[in-house]
Design a protein around this ligand. Structure first.
Ligand code: UDP
Length: 250
């Protein structure tokens, strides 16, 4: 079902953002488009939008219950979320609990190394530049955020990890790494934004010891492992078992 919405404000790789009747809100439609490797690999995955929207809504509600401020207000339908309008900070904040992916391609750190406390990496959100890894000095030089804002961003991201890691562990899912985006609302409050889903988190199934079978996230798509939506469906099933149905907001 498509809820009443205003103009299309922005279309990203996995979501569309529309104006809502209240100026401080927007409507987010989760799409079935899957992209990887800076959109060089593309596909349509039936039901992906619904699965990511449903998983994300439940996780945002849990984070909110733990006192973490998020843009999430509620669901408008299966695939549509109502959120506070925020100015997105052009940083991708990645938290890594287990070494894999780009960390292991770019450094000699062995795949599967436990990282505690988690490594926090900042990337510049710019598809044209291929989302480059930044140093703190480069963040300062770019001037995308003030130094105090940067430490608030890092603190918030670590609190998210502190909630999500045990939440997923209780569901026999290992939160390997994930990407967050944050923004400021009209009142200047820092909020967790975007989505938290198998598109943006690496999740390994603790019930499987097989290095491929255990992958329940977008790496199945990136690596052509098949069963992508089955994996996302399994994540939703487990998240549903521990999180209440998300609230409606229209
Ligand atoms: N990630 C993301 N969007 C991006 C880049 C990374 O959601 O544009 C997530 C990715 O799914 C993983 C984590 O951030 O959970 C770390 O990704 P990494 O830097 O290892 O990149 P990759 O190996 O996917 O190139």
């Amino acid at each position: 079902m498509t809820p009443d919405h205003g103009d299309l404000l922005y279309e990203g790789k996995a979501k569309r953002v529309y104006a809502a009747s209240q100026p401080d809100r927007v409507l987010v439609e989760f799409k079935n488009d899957a992209t990887a490797f800076n959109a060089q690999k593309r596909a349509q995955l039936a039901d992906k939008g619904r699965l990511n929207c449903q998983i994300s809504a439940r996780l945002f509600e849990r984070l909110e219950a733990e006192g973490i401020p998020t843009h999430y207000l509620g669901l408008a339908s299966d695939t549509w979320m109502v959120v506070q309008r925020v100015a997105i900070i052009p940083l991708e904040v990645v938290l890594r609990n287990i070494a894999t992916g780009s960390l292991c391609r770019e450094t000699p750190i062995a795949e599967g190394t436990v990282i505690d406390p988690a490594l926090l990496d900042l990337y510049y959100k710019d598809d044209g530049l291929g989302d480059p890894l930044l140093s703190e000095a480069r963040v300062r030089l770019l001037g995308v955020v003030e130094p105090e804002q940067l430490s608030a961003i890092e603190q918030l991201a670590r609190r998210v990890n502190d909630v999500l890691q045990p939440l997923f562990a209780d569901l026999d899912l290992q939160l390997v790494d994930f990407k967050l985006e944050l923004g400021f609302n009209a009142a200047g409050q820092l909020l967790l934004a975007d989505e938290i889903s198998p598109d943006t988190c690496r999740l390994w199934d603790r019930r499987s010891s097989d290095a491929q079978d255990r992958i329940l996230d977008k790496d199945r798509f990136r690596q052509d492992l098949g069963g992508v939506m089955e994996a996302y469906g399994e994540v939703l099933k487990r998240v549903q078992a521990s999180c209440a149905d998300p609230r409606n907001c229209m």
